[in-house]
Write a protein that binds this ligand. Sequence first.
Ligand code: B12
Length: 217
Amino acid sequence: MNSLVQAITDMREEEAVRTAKEMLDTGVSPLQVLADCREAMSAVGRKFEKGEYFVSELILAGEILKAISAEVRPRLQQTAQTKQGPKVLLGTVKGDIHDIGKDIVNFMLDVNSFQVTDLGVDVAPSVFVEQIKQREPLVVALSGFLTLSYTSMKETVEAIAAAGLRDKVKIMIGGGTVDQQVCSYAGADAFGKDAMAAVALAKQWTEGKIHAQQNVR
Ligand code: B12
């Protein structure tokens, strides 16, 4: 466990943010810093499972990660291109308010030139449907960390299909323990294990469609 992972896991907020800044200043890749954050969040999750940590620690862990993300984001943007690519609609599904992973997916897509609309957390299937009609994205990205989110993801995919929009969008899911089994259950097109996977899928699905999408409106 390196010192950043240790500081986050032990809830030493100031030290964690300072360590992350120092790592970035000395040339450690922003993606490595995010990977360390992820490792720490898993450790925090394990402590919560064992009853060593409570919801208050989860909230603090969330705040620490948001503070570090705020440091990481501008460093990623330094290398970003400015062109506006295809549209992606993103949100955490109904019943789930976890947004740290979603926010990382948002900014990784954003720095890779996608036009991301983030609908926030606890997003009802009907809202996804409404926003697809309004914004005509090529990709819909559903995030969820709770087991109950799998049902919400399935209901969201079903609502999109019921509205006759299923063949207009590619749907990816991700967050926490989402895997191929959840993907098949939900009826999504693919799952991604991290924000880089989200970018890879979005690129794969929209290649050659960038100009077409830019001309919409
Ligand atoms: C922080 C946290 C919270 C915070 C969330 C703060 C916030 N603003 O998000 C708060 C305190 C609010 C919270 C609340 C709860 N939580 Co909570 N929480 C966590 C914790 C510790 C970390 C989650 C996290 O943000 N991880 C960091 C990110 C970066 O994770 P990541 O998976 O690496 O993210 C990447 C991928 O998932 C992927 N990704 C994410 N979204 C998407 C989308 C797409 C399309 C793609 C392709 C990829 C992708 O990209 C991300 C970046 O690379 C986890 C433990 C854990 N091990 O994850 C529990 C955990 C998820 N929580 C849990 C629980 C039980 C709860 C509560 C029910 C607790 C309670 N009793 O009240 C509530 C539920 C509230 C609700 N209705 O949603 C359980 C879920 C168990 C389950 N299987 O259902 C966990 C697993 C803890 C545990 N071990 O028991 N929680």
